[in-house]
Design a protein around this ligand. Structure first.
Ligand code: IPD
Length: 263
């Protein structure tokens, strides 16, 4: 078994168990534990518990690997592999009971920053629908036994997912940017979980996704899904996906979207 396939197996098992734990906690009732960057940016007790669970399981399976999680921060490893984890992506959906949230786990090689790492394995699991999207480098992107492929955009324009982030100061420019996207869009969707947006692009359910201001754990696994489904990814002009921008689309639609974003 290749290293990437081995890492994918570990991520899949842990994402399923972590998702079941988050789902159980959701049914018991949600407690908002704190706010983070803005009043709308919440963390629930379940986010913390589920990340602690994932971190402990990874340490048991692969001692020596690094860890980079949304809730408990970063720890350098010795193996060159780092796990990038969002225990509950779509926390606001989770808190409101909207069934669009996911456990996102990626294993990356190289320095733990989006500009230079190479993603080897990624899993995005929505425990409410039971859908588990998975990809390994060179091994394709999959949902169950269905191999995923990005869509081709027809004359009606792209179905485009995006997000607006939590910082109110970014909302006016984001809306201005959206007004430039609308002419090339069939319609837009704001689902509220970046990992699921990217998984949807990989699955051809969405033609494209873009968002400014996301964190590495929001897009590490989803970006690998898109790449392995034949899609194109980008960030700030000419760069890789990062905090400045994440763009994901099929090869033909990507430059069309990138051109109107004008960031
Ligand atoms: C958020 C979601 C949301 C996106 C935000 C993310 P979180 O992640 O992915 O769709 O718009 O930028 O921070 O906070 O729910 O893990």
């Amino acid at each position: 078994m290749t290293l990437a396939a081995d890492l994918l197996d570990i991520a899949t098992r842990i994402a399923r168990d972590a998702g079941a734990l988050a789902h159980r906690r959701r049914q018991e009732g949600v407690t908002v534990a704190a706010t983070k960057s803005a009043a709308a940016d919440i963390v629930t007790a379940a986010d913390r518990e589920v990340e602690a669970y994932i971190r402990a399981e990874l340490a048991r399976e692969r001692p020596g690997d690094g860890f980079f999680g949304e809730e408990s921060g970063a720890e350098e490893g010795e193996t060159g592999i780092t796990w990038v984890v969002d225990p509950i992506d779509g926390t606001v959906n989770y808190a409101y009971g909207i069934p669009a949230w996911a456990v996102s786990i990626a294993a990356v090689e190289g320095p733990p920053d989006t500009a230079s790492w190479t993603a080897l394995a990624g899993v995005v699991f929505n425990p409410v629908t039971g859908e588990l999207f998975r990809a390994s480098r060179g091994g394709g992107a999959w949902l169950g036994d269905q191999r995923l492929a990005v869509s081709e955009v027809g004359p009606a324009g792209g179905l485009i997912a995006t997000g607006f982030g939590y910082d109110p100061a970014t909302h006016a420019p984001a809306l201005e940017q959206l007004s430039r996207v609308m002419p090339i869009a069939r319609d837009v969707r704001r689902i509220g979980a970046a990992s699921l947006d990217l998984a949807s692009v990989a699955a051809g359910r969405m033609d494209a996704y873009y968002e400014r201001g996301t964190h590495p754990w929001d897009h590490a696994a989803g970006a690998l899904l898109v790449a392995e489904a034949g899609g194109t990814l980008g960030g700030a002009p000419g760069g890789r996906p990062g905090r400045g921008m994440v763009i994901a689309a099929g090869a033909e639609f990507f430059p069309v979207l990138e051109a109107v974003l004008d960031y």
